[in-house]
Design a protein around this ligand. Structure first.
Ligand code: FDA
Length: 401
């Protein structure tokens, strides 16, 4: 029996839609099934509604995976410049915000519209609000039962269900179940790019600083990120903290060095020389938000005029601000995590095509795979690149069938 579809893609997220547009080349018949009512929900909310769709400096070093070489081939096959070409073909205006991060000028919805247009150009079918009830493999095709009671068959099955982060946006972990059904290894998953939470002992002092942001160097587990931190009602967040969270494990301390570019000791001594009668809190508030400055002064029990503080006391204050040690009690978990660490073990996948080595025709792409990017557009670049790798491989099969 001829399969109803050449390819069934599970999940109309970033990776799934990109893959479908490429798999539909050369006449392949493709269906994308999405259980949410709308496609690309995470794209819509990404980058504060502007979608940080790639990063100009994207390379394998920006990803965490048990096999740090796995992502190389796909990333080389579809570069950030390729995605920029696609964005420009669709007249979507964009800008570089900082550190190579590219955003839409107007709206993330333009990226979703672009992907839908690319799929429509290849006559890809899209079923929304439908979930998958059962998947079986018989001979050289997959038999899939859908929640609307229909069954379809497909020669290729692409699992693009994403990870577990933000369940209320459609995340299910279904991709991991499918991998396990086909006896593939799934590495332990955990929330990443996620704010830290503090215990009540720390919150007692930090809670009243909620909303304060400051540039910092955040170090943990041998890595360091220079970006902003943001104190929250539950703990601490901000880009530098989210980056560190991907490396953090329970009970690990996190070192926060405030304003790493500032030589505080030299600055404080200069002010002591120039205007010694000024209050130390007023002086420190020139560099840090007042409440944060007061927090460190309270910690070091320093008050009064800066002229009365000897070098040793200033040096101790500077040492504390440069190495503020906090031990989070945990993270905010999948409820707010941007991505999921771990997932389908790359050992079971072909790095050029994303096809399962043990199950011909079965592909895993995007976040469901054990490849997790840093904050800054890297995760979408992985979604596009892995989707394209699988889509091209499938299109090549269609061509030769
Ligand atoms: P994605 O989660 O996008 O798509 C999976 C799809 O599968 C979903 O539509 C889901 O509903 C569907 N699905 C799940 N189970 C299913 C089932 N059983 N049946 C049918 N469908 C099913 N990254 C970045 O690079 N730049 C950024 O600006 C941001 N910003 C950002 C903000 C926020 C708030 C979050 C939560 C995440 C980001 N990210 C990001 C991360 C980025 O969104 C993420 O890495 C990609 O969306 C992953 O793409 P996937 O296609 O793999 O999964």
């Amino acid at each position: 029996m001829k399969p109803a579809y050449d390819t069934l893609v599970i999940g109309a997220g970033a990776a799934g839609m990109m893959c479908a547009a490429f798999a539909g080349a050369k006449g392949g018949k493709v269906l994308v099934v999405e259980h949410c009512a709308a496609p690309g929900e995470k794209i819509r909310i990404s980058g504060g509604g502007r979608c940080n769709f790639t990063n100009l400096h994207c390379g394998p070093a920006n990803f965490i995976s048990r096999n740090r070489h796995f992502a190389k081939s796909a990333l080389a096959g579809y570069a950030p410049s390729d995605f920029v070409t696609l964005v420009e073909k669709h007249d979507i205006a964009w800008h570089e915000k900082t550190l190579g991060q590219l955003f839409c000028d107007r709206s993330a919805k333009q990226i979703i519209a672009m992907l839908l247009e690319e799929m429509a150009a290849k006559a890809v079918d899209l079923s929304l609000g439908i979930s998958i009830e059962k998947v079986e493999k018989a001979a050289d095709e997959f038999a899939v039962r859908l929640s609307d009671g229909t069954s379809i068959s497909a020669r290729n099955l692409v699992v693009a269900c994403g990870g577990k982060s933000i369940p209320k946006m459609g995340a299910t972990g279904f991709g991991y179940q499918l991998a396990e059904q086909f006896k593939m290894d799934v590495l332990e998953t955990r929330p990443a790019l996620v704010p830290f939470t503090f215990g009540e002992d720390v919150l007692r002092d930090t809670r009243e600083m909620a909303g304060i942001a400051c540039d910092a160097r955040v170090s943990c587990a041998g890595v360091a990120f220079d970006e902003a931190v943001l104190i929250t009602h539950r703990g601490i967040s901000g880009p530098a903290i989210l980056q560190a969270s991907s490396y953090w494990r329970e009970k690990m301390p996190v070192a926060i060095g405030l304003l790493p570019e500032t030589d505080f000791f030299a600055e404080l001594k200069a002010r002591r020389r120039a205007s010694g009668r000024r209050d130390i809190a007023t002086v420190l508030s020139e560099f840090l938000p007042r409440r944060l400055a007061e927090y460190f002064l309270n910690f070091e029990k320093l008050t009064g005029n800066i002229a009365d503080l000897p070098d040793a006391k200033l040096a101790k204050l500077v040492a504390t601000m440069s190495n503020w040690q906090v031990t989070p009690t945990g993270t905010e978990g999948y409820r707010t995590a941007e991505v999921t660490l771990g997932g389908v073990d790359t050992d079971g996948l072909d790095a050029r095509t994303m096809e399962a080595k043990s199950v011909p025709g079965l592909y895993f792409i995007g976040e469901v795979v054990d490849v997790t990017g840093w904050l800054g557009g890297f995760n979408f670049q992985w979604a596009w690149a892995s989707g394209v790798a699988a889509g091209r491989a499938i299109a090549a099969k269609n061509f030769s069938k």
